[in-house]
Design a binder for this molecule. Structure first.
Ligand code: NAD
Ligand code: IMJ
Length: 257
């Protein structure tokens, strides 16, 4: 059976394990026929990510810590050699020091502020810049993952909320830069999902319960649902959409109370 992404190639940053939102995206893109490359951040994740890639039938697995320019250079070099072009880039990377995700925002350290922005926001233009030459002939789709904490206060999300605001603003500036070259840039704002990045977050279960009670669809979201929207944004069906943040949150963001 042929999918709607047949003949397209994609690079995915942000798979850590099978609960990762980026893994939900990888499965959807692959299901629709896209040829994929996955990255892992740090040696500790190489084994697990290689295993997942093998399970999905993906043979290109490369290191990429977004704080390292040389790893990003090498990554896009290798992707270029392997695929010859790139159609889709999924950025599913975020990190803040754990101590910044508790207590008050005004206590954010200089160091913590910088690290969260470097990994979670600066990495989008940094990786996009390197991907552009591979996208220029056939156009492309750049997709990142955001959260409602970018625009509303979510207690304890703190510096990550500020970094996500920068990320969503980056989506708009990149869309403006890259539209004339046929490259679209969008974000998916996902509802809360129990992943590694959500583990150990105080009160996370209570947040999930509240969404299930209040969201128009009266339920939470699964990574596979984000994956399906990712496949749509990667496809020509979304050819008229750029610079946008699409919500995959069971409608929660429309609520005023
Ligand atoms: P996850 O922990 O599975 O994914 C986070 C990824 O970031 C991991 O793969 C990790 O290796 C990678 N990463 C961290 N530091 C890195 C670095 N220096 N270089 C390269 N990669 C690095 O958790 P997740 O929930 O799947 O998060 C993926 C994205 O989805 C994040 O941007 C997150 O903010 C966003 N998101 C998550 C939720 C949620 O509730 N889980 C909701 C909305 C948005
Ligand atoms: C994270 C913190 C506080 C509240 C939160 C979250 N809510 C949600 C998340 C309500 C949904 C998950 N999320 C959207 C993230 O972007 C998480 C980013 C993150 C998580 C961790 C935990 C472990 C760590 N550093 C992290 N850095 C970023 O050490």
């Amino acid at each position: 059976m042929s999918g709607f992404l047949e003949g397209k190639t994609g690079l995915i940053l942000g798979v850590a394990n099978k609960r990762s939102v980026a893994w939900g995206c990888a499965k959807a893109l692959k299901r629709e026929g896209m040829e994929l490359a996955l990255t892992y951040a740090g040696e500790r994740l190489e084994g697990p990510v290689r295993q997942l890639a093998e399970d999905l039938g993906v043979d290109l697995v490369l290191p990429c810590d977004v704080t390292k320019d040389e790893e990003m250079d090498e990554l896009l070099g290798r992707v270029g050699e392997h695929f010859g072009k790139l159609d889709t880039l999924l950025h599913g990377v975020a990190f803040a020091k754990r101590e910044e995700l508790k207590g008050t925002y005004f206590d954010t350290s200089r160091d913590g502020y910088q690290l969260a922005h470097e990994v979670s926001a600066y990495s989008l233009p940094a990786i996009s810049r390197r991907a552009i030459p591979l996208m220029e002939e056939g156009g492309g789709s750049i997709i990142t993952l955001s959260y409602l904490g970018a625009e509303r206060v979510i207690p304890k999300y703190n510096i990550m909320g500020v970094a996500k605001a920068a990320l969503e603003a980056s989506v708009r500036y990149l869309a403006h830069d890259l539209g004339p070259r046929g490259i679209r840039v969008n974000a998916i704002s996902s509802g809360p999902i129990r992943t590694l990045s959500a583990s150990g977050i105080e009160g996370f279960s209570a947040i999930l319960d509240r969404i299930a009670e209040r969201a128009p669809l009266r339920r939470n979201i699964q990574a596979d649902e984000v994956g399906d929207v990712c496949a749509f944004l990667a496809s020509d069906m979304s050819r008229g959409i750029t610079g946008s943040t699409l919500y995959v949150d069971a409608g929660y963001h429309i609520m005023g109370i």
